[in-house]
Design a protein around this ligand. Structure first.
Ligand code: ZN
Length: 216
């Protein structure tokens, strides 16, 4: 099964991806992680990507697509894509890539969270620099801001400030939102409200995925 996870920044995509990965044995393919790994391992794609990153430029689609292709060819049976595609052009490129590999996208899960809720969440979001776990500052009333899993001091991501948040939401609305119609027309979109607890959202996703698996 190949699944794409969509949703605005702060919708909880990373949290849900980890849970889905464990429950359904899918390989979580997060483009940010793929890029970091390629740069760290100094692969040829990693070096090309780093050139763009060091100049403060966006990494071109063809590099990201090649990273995804390598991962998909790696042999695992199912994938969960998170962070890609971000626009219609990338969605079409992904379709072509999968077709060339004799695969197809089975499902797109769209986590829906309204604009104001997203802004509140991102403004209050703190992240563990060690293990990547995210929290909301509201959950630390009289406690020190440290990670409950590994004890590291939590901090805010540099792009979780109000101006950067507005900018990211603008980009999401302009480029990523049209993907919802794109996948709806293909008949593979499943929308899930992301405005509940992570556990409740996850149960809803499991429920939907099991129904899809039954049909297959
Ligand atoms: Zn941690």
């Amino acid at each position: 099964m190949i699944i794409v996870l969509l949703g605005p920044p702060g919708a909880g995509k990373g949290t849900q991806a980890k849970k889905i990965e464990g429950e359904f044995g899918l390989t979580h393919v997060a483009t940010g992680d793929l890029l970091r790994e390629a740069v760290r391992r100094e692969t040829s794609l990693g070096k090309q990507a780093q050139d763009f990153m060091l100049r403060g430029r966006l990494v071109p689609d063809r590099i990201i697509l090649d990273l995804i292709k390598n991962k998909i060819r790696g042999g695992a049976s199912g994938f969960l894509l998170d962070g890609f595609p971000r626009n219609i052009i990338q969605a079409e490129e992904l379709d072509e890539l999968l077709e060339a590999e004799n695969k197809k996208l089975d499902l797109v899960i769209n986590l829906e969270v309204n604009h104001n809720e997203v802004i509140d969440r991102l403004n209050g979001r703190v992240i563990c620099p060690e293990c990547g776990k995210t929290y909301n500052v509201d959950h630390f009333v009289d406690e020190p801001l440290v990670c409950k899993d590994c004890g590291s001091r939590l901090s805010q991501r540099s792009d979780d400030n109000p101006d950067a948040i507005e900018e990211r939401l603008k980009v999401y609305l302009r480029h990523t939102l049209p993907l919802i119609d794109y996948y709806k027309e293909k008949g593979i979109l499943l929308s899930v409200s992301g405005e509940r607890s992570p556990q409740e959202v996850f149960h809803r996703i499991v429920d939907l995925l099991q129904r899809v698996e039954d049909v297959h």
